[in-house]
Design a protein around this ligand. Sequence first.
Ligand SMILES: NC(=O)c1ccc[n+]([C@@H]2O[C@H](COP(=O)([O-])OP(=O)(O)OC[C@H]3O[C@@H](n4cnc5c(N)ncnc54)[C@H](O)[C@@H]3O)[C@@H](O)[C@H]2O)c1
Length: 366
Amino acid sequence: MSRIAVIAGDGIGVDVIREGLKVLRAADEAFKLGLEIKEFDYGAERYLKDGVALPPGQMEDFRKNWDAVYLGAMGDPRIPDMRHAKDILLAMRFELDLYINLRPVRALDDRLVPLKGKTAKDIDMTMFRENTEGLYAGMGGIFKKGTPDEIATQEDINTFKGVHRICKAAFDFAQKHGKKKVTMADKHNVLRYGHDLWERVFFDLAKSYPGITAEHMFADALGMQLIKAPENFQVIVTNNMFGDILTDVGAILQGGLGVAGSGNIHPGRVSLFEPIHGSAPKYAGKDTANPVAAIATAQMMLEFLAEDGPRSAQLGADKQGRYKKAAARIEEVVVEAIRKGKTTKDLGGTLGCAATGDWMAAAMKG
Ligand SMILES: NC(=O)c1ccc[n+]([C@@H]2O[C@H](COP(=O)([O-])OP(=O)(O)OC[C@H]3O[C@@H](n4cnc5c(N)ncnc54)[C@H](O)[C@@H]3O)[C@@H](O)[C@H]2O)c1
C-alpha cells in the first residue's frame, strides 16, 4: 500500500487536483494499486479562517507516515505576503530535504511544440534542478534599509553534499534510462568559487559513468541552445536559480504551463509532487484550467512510488510493476486525449476542466 496526502491548495489548484484524483483513483481501480488517499484542507481558506498554514506536528506526520504529497498550487491575492505558501510549500521542500526538483520536458504532440521546424520527437529531456541550496537558501541580509546607503546581500550556498547528490541523481537517472549524455549548466567563468565546486564535482562523478558523456555548458548558452537545438539534450542538471529559469524554458518547449508536472524528491523519503503552474486565481472555479499538468504529475508520483518511495521495496515486484504500468497508461491516455481534442481549449480541445478529467478517468478504465 502507498499513502498519498493531498493538498489541493488555492485557486485552480483545487480544480486541477480534483481531476488528477479522478484519474489517480481510476488508475488505482484499474491496476489494483491499493492506494490510500487522504485530502487535507491546508491553503489560503484555512489560513484565513484560523491562521493555520500547517498545524504543529503535520510535517512530522508527512515525514513518518506518508509516501507522497500531491499538491495543487499555493497563492491567493488575499494573502499578499504568501505567508501560508512559505509555511507549506517552501517549508516542505526545505524541511523534508527534497533536493531533486525533477522536471520531465517531453512534448506529447507535435501541435504543442512552439518552435519552427521542430516536432515532439525533438523535445525529450529531463531536467534536475537543485532544490535546497543556492541563492534560494535564504541567507543574506539588509543593512541601512530604506536609506540611500542600503546594502542587500543574498548568498549563493553551494555545498559539496548538495552538489554531489543532485549531480549523482542526474547520472543515475541517465544510466537507468539508457541516456547517453548529461549536461551540467553553471557559470564558473564568473562565479569562481561556488560554481568551481559544481565543475569539479560533476566531472569527478562522471568518471564513474563511463558510458555517459558529461557535457558542460554555461547557463546562458544553454538557454539559447534549448531554443535552437533542443534535440541535443537528454538530461540536464543545474543549480536552484538557473534551474528555476531553464525549467520554465523547458515547460514552454513541451507545451506550456498547462502540461508540465514536477516532483520535489528525496529518494526513499516522502516526496512532493505538483504541477508547475501557480494558482491562477482569475480562472479558479471557472472550469477552464487545464488539468493535464496535474494528471502528468500523478503519473510521475506513481513512477516514484513504484521504485523510489519510502516503502517501494515492501510493495513487491508484482505491485511495483502495476504502478509502472498504471503510470505508462496515464501517459497514453493523455497523449490520446490531446490527439482527439478531449482537452481544454489551450491545448486545442473543446472540453472544460472537469470533462477533461472525466474523459481521461474513463479512458483509464476502458
Ligand atoms: N508552486 C506553486 O504553487 C506556484 C507556482 C507559481 C506561482 N504560484 C502563485 O500562483 C499565483 C498566480 O501566479 P501567476 O499568475 O504568476 O502564475 P500561474 O501559473 O498561476 O498563471 C499564469 C498564467 O498561466 C496560465 N495557466 C497557468 N496554469 C494553467 C492551467 N492549468 N490551465 C490553463 N492556463 C494556465 C493562465 O493564463 C495564468 O494566468 C501567485 O500567487 C503565485 O505566487 C504558485
